[in-house]
Design a binder for this molecule. Structure first.
Ligand code: SF4
Length: 438
């Protein structure tokens, strides 16, 4: 079993060249010869898809705004780092007195609930699928911009999620506002299925240049498997669009990542996605499938899983662009016990309500705080503590969350909590992130 997932030494490529391209923001335009990934029957015809991607890129590329560079861009990043640094010192002060109402590293905004897919594993962190929830009540563009303004008072980074965020026609206006407010990085998580149409539109011409990290879900490469998993008749659109985005990413200055949810019984799919991403020089993010607020136990029992974990860690050690630090990946992939600090990554729902202290909590329902009723994150956090002090919230008791969630985000906050006591570790993690592996 191990042989099937660990790359034999004679097939290993020198890692420097493709990763150097990725880390420097230079995606090679043409499709390389695959060396790790082996296309199988049922996988797409990559040459045909890439020819389609090239044709699209040739048509839309010249109309897109180029990457933002120079003093304005440095100033934006510096402003975000200042916020993060100020929060770090304040969070150290709070942690030293036993407080757990830590100021946010970033916030996750469910910009809307509807989605054009119906992925098997995706829910709203409360066991309900987004497309099956009432899609009404999302913030309009004016209130969306106001939300970004309020959260920016203490938050350096924003993560646009959904549902499918690209279903919002005003998404480019919101990402532009986020950029003007000096958020960094600006991350968008998408199923990627619509870009061939969206990028033709003038309103989307600045979108890629405004976003720092584009995360595209990719859980397998077999088209039938993807059609079943995502419940879409056109999974090929995503794969063609991924090749399109790869061609456009360098010019727009956006980092492209694929996010792979590893499913029990389908670890080989994740191996193929990893190999494919490494061959193409695309960043790879991996997360084990969760059932409710904990990892799917069947995955941990899957005999193929340990070798996959070993392979991911080996690639990470070799410098592959795999999101997060080595420690974080080790802990995430083994579902290690962790220190959940949810106020570091608050979820704001489609209607502008922030879940306090945690959206996923099973034993205790979250408090919903209307962000737009406040002018400053400090006031929101104060209100949160008034309603429920997050001290000791993570745990199995009836007044605790009842979960052990196994998402990358939780292990990121765990890294940060660890870094409050070990600043040098945090600095190393930060450097990895800023190098682009982030
Ligand atoms: S472990 Fe608990 S506090 Fe943390 S995200 Fe899961 S349910 Fe929420």
């Amino acid at each position: 079993m191990i042989e099937s997932v660990v790359t034999p030494a004679h097939r290993r490529l020198p890692t420097r060249a493709p990763y150097a391209d990725y880390l420097a923001g230079r995606s090679p335009a043409t499709l390389p010869e695959f060396s790790r990934y082996r296309p199988r029957p049922g996988h797409p015809d990559w040459r045909r898809l890439d020819a389609e991607a090239a044709e699209l890129a040739g048509r839309v590329g010249p109309k897109l705004e180029p990457a933002r560079r120079g003093p304005v861009e440095w100033r934006r990043r510096a402003a975000s780092y200042r916020t993060a640094l100020a929060s770090y010192f304040e969070n150290r002060r709070r942690a030293a007195t036993g407080r757990q109402d830590l100021l946010p590293l970033y916030f996750i905004w469910t910009t809307l609930r509807p989605c054009n897919f119906l992925c098997d594993y995706c829910d709203d962190h409360r066991g309900r699928r987004y497309p099956e929830l009432d899609g009404h009540g999302k913030l309009d563009v004016v209130r969306g911009q106001k939300l970004l303004e309020v959260m920016r008072t203490r938050t350096p980074s924003v993560y646009f999620a959904g549902g499918e965020p690209t279903l919002r026609k005003d998404l480019p206006t919101l990402t532009r506002r986020a950029r003007d407010l000096d958020y960094y990085p600006i991350v968008v998580n998408t199923n990627g299925s619509l870009f061939h149409r969206l990028l033709e539109k003038a309103e989307w011409s600045g979108f890629l240049a405004d976003v720092d990290v584009l995360v595209v879900s990719l859980d397998a490469l077999d088209l039938e498997r993807l059609a079943t998993l995502w419940r879409t008749p056109h999974p090929e659109d995503v794969l063609r669009n991924l090749l399109l985005l790869r061609r456009l990413a360098a010019r727009a200055g956006v980092k492209l990542l694929v996010n792979c949810v590893v499913q029990p019984g389908h670890v080989a799919d994740a191996v193929e996605v990893l190999n494919f991403a490494l061959d193409l020089g695309i960043g790879f993010t991996v997360v084990p499938k969760n059932v409710g607020p904990r990892v799917d136990a069947a995955l941990l029992r899957d005999p193929a899983y340990p070798a996959f974990v070993a392979r991911v860690l080996e690639e990470k050690r070799n410098g592959a662009p795999i999101t997060g630090s080595l420690r974080m990946n080790q802990r995430l992939l083994s579902a290690a016990p962790f220190d959940c600090r949810n106020t570091l990554k608050p979820h704001v729902d489609h209607d502008g309500k922030l879940a306090w202290p945690c959206k996923a909590s099973e034993n205790v329902a979250p408090e919903w705080i209307d962000v737009l009723a406040f002018e400053h994150v400090d006031a929101i956090w104060k209100e949160g503590v008034r309603r429920r002090d997050p001290r000791g919230f993570h745990g199995p008791g009836p007044e605790q969350c009842g979960g052990d969630c196994c998402w990358a985000q939780n292990y990121t906050t765990d890294e940060y909590a660890h870094g409050i006591e070990h600043p040098s570790h945090l600095l190393r993690t930060l450097v990895e992130f800023l190098r682009g592996a982030g």
